[in-house]
Write a protein that binds this ligand. Structure first.
Ligand code: TYD
Ligand code: MG
Length: 453
């Protein structure tokens, strides 16, 4: 007979070990191990939480698998559909993560109401009362048809209700408030989050009901129990955006049904989230006069270009170790690029503070912002403004070489559409044909780019 041994589960990463320790041996988190006694050995045929389920799935030839059922459900919000890869797949589980107050509940309520007129939706909230949710939906003027509300936190009860109501889409707000009745640990703990998500996922796959899960992000920027969740869920999206600004970006970081890094852009208004179908226009804070240290670049987000303004401020430092701070960019990449600027561009910043900001709360994860970043730094350092109709993109290598980026043509076209007349870009990205109304300068070395400006 197997021994009923106590195990210790890390509440941060979900790793389990046989003995207690002050620090999780897996993720290094302190004081995160929690005792967990396995439930008494269940009879072999009642594997409700894992184990043998009693149903044997048939083997199918890959070519014979029917694909009819992958018809996607449009959420009614085009930007949402874009992030999901063209709509919601029946039976899929989509996790919407983000900071508290970023707009997860608002966004999903809008989606639920937009869907409701075509398909029944069950919106389950463990955080707000049906009254609160109904009030919000009426204030936002959302259609009310076909949306059912449920205030419940016990997953088994939710599934029983869902089986009865038979919605096409089930919204769970939020996964951290849910608990599996059969488990003893507190809601929000890794064990509960994982088991609740696993039960809901299994339900989605069996019933063909699409499930949205809301997930809160912890202070350190992780979804609580992220590693234990991400592998069971089909689509993981994050709501990004500075809470001070109106703009919210929804980004897919994992998608079994579409491309990742697809970006949907919204603005939070008094009527809820509004889609922004032409995002380039809003991230360009066009001032009357151009200031030193400011430069526009063309990013590539998912499947479309996005023009954003980058700002650099280089100032004399009074600190022993000068500050390097990048908002919307990786700090270590900034440090590396400044070293390249010193070595190959002969511009020293070691005695200065360098601050970088990407306007509008956009997060840049692409190397095409290297060159514009360094030119913005150079512009601020020399206190000379760059032309307002200039757009720059290109990756900078450690040897000071300028490397090509993907989709150069489309980026150029987008810039032209928004009234840019000059461009500096990598030599290998030079357009094959001349672009009317666009003065294009290609560079292959950082020195060249600095010289031109
Ligand atoms: P919410 O969707 O409740 O956030 P989450 O579920 O991610 O925690 O959004 C709450 C914030 O959105 C709150 O700060 C107020 C703001 N908001 C608006 O600005 N306009 C609106 O119409 C609504 C509903 C919310
Ligand atoms: Mg909420």
């Amino acid at each position: 007979m197997a021994k009923n041994k106590t195990i210790y589960v890390c509440q941060a990463c979900g790793a389990s070990s046989g003995k207690w320790a002050g620090q999780c041996p897996d993720c290094g988190q302190w004081n995160s191990l929690e005792e967990r006694r396995p439930p008494p050995a269940a009879p072999a045929d009642s594997g409700r939480l894992g184990g043998y389920s009693g149903v044997v799935s048939p083997v199918q030839a890959i070519g014979a698998v029917s694909l009819d059922e992958v018809a996607r459900i449009s959420t009614g919000l085009a930007e949402f559909d874009r992030v999901l890869g063209g709509g919601l797949v029946p039976g899929s589980v989509v996790l919407i993560g983000g900071d508290p107050g970023v707009g997860k509940s608002t966004g999903l309520l809008q989606v639920a109401c937009a869907l409701g007129s075509r398909q029944p939706v069950l919106y389950v909230s463990g955080e707000e009362s049906p009254r609160q949710i109904a009030m919000r939906s009426r204030r936002l003027g959302l259609p009310q048809e076909g949306v059912m509300l449920l205030a419940e936190t016990v997953v088994e009860n939710i599934l029983a209700t869902a089986e009865e109501v038979k919605p096409a889409v089930l919204v769970i707000d939020s996964i951290q408030t849910m608990q599996v009745g059969a488990l003893a640990s507190a809601p929000g703990s890794v064990t509960q989050v994982r088991e609740a998500a696993a039960l809901l996922t299994r339900f989605a796959k069996q019933s063909g009901i699409a499930v949205f899960l809301v997930g809160h992000v912890t202070k350190s920027g992780d979804l609580a129990g992220p590693r234990v969740l991400e592998h069971i869920i089909d689509v993981v999206c994050y709501f990004e955006g500075n809470l001070d600004s109106r703009y919210r970006m929804l980004r897919a970081v994992k998608n079994r049904y579409g491309a990742v890094n697809e970006l949907g852009v919204f603005a939070m208004t008094d009527k809820g989230l509004k889609e922004i179908s032409n995002p380039s226009a809003i991230f360009l804070s066009r001032q009357e006069e151009v200031t030193p240290g400011s430069l526009v670049t063309a990013l590539w987000e998912g499947s479309r270009p996005l023009l954003v303004e980058m700002q650099a401020l280089v100032d004399e430092s009074r600190a022993e170790i000068p500050r390097r701070l990048a908002v919307g960019l990786d700090n270590s990449r900034l440090a590396m690029l400044l070293a390249v600027l010193h070595r190959h561009g002969r511009l020293a910043t070691y005695d200065r503070d360098v601050f970088i900001n990407v306007v509008g709360g956009v997060k840049v994860s692409e190397t095409s912002a290297d060159l514009p970043l360094l030119l913005a730094v150079a512009s601020s350092l020399r206190n000379r403004a760059l032309p307002g109709d200039l757009v720059v993109f290109g990756e900078v290598g450690l040897a000071g070489e300028i490397r090509p980026v993907l989709n150069g043509q489309e980026r150029l076209r987008e810039a032209k559409k928004h009234g840019f007349r000059r461009a500096v870009l990598p030599k290998a990205n030079a357009p094959r044909e001349k672009m009317a109304g666009m003065e294009i300068t290609t560079v292959s070395r950082l020195e060249q780019a600095l010289e031109i400006l």
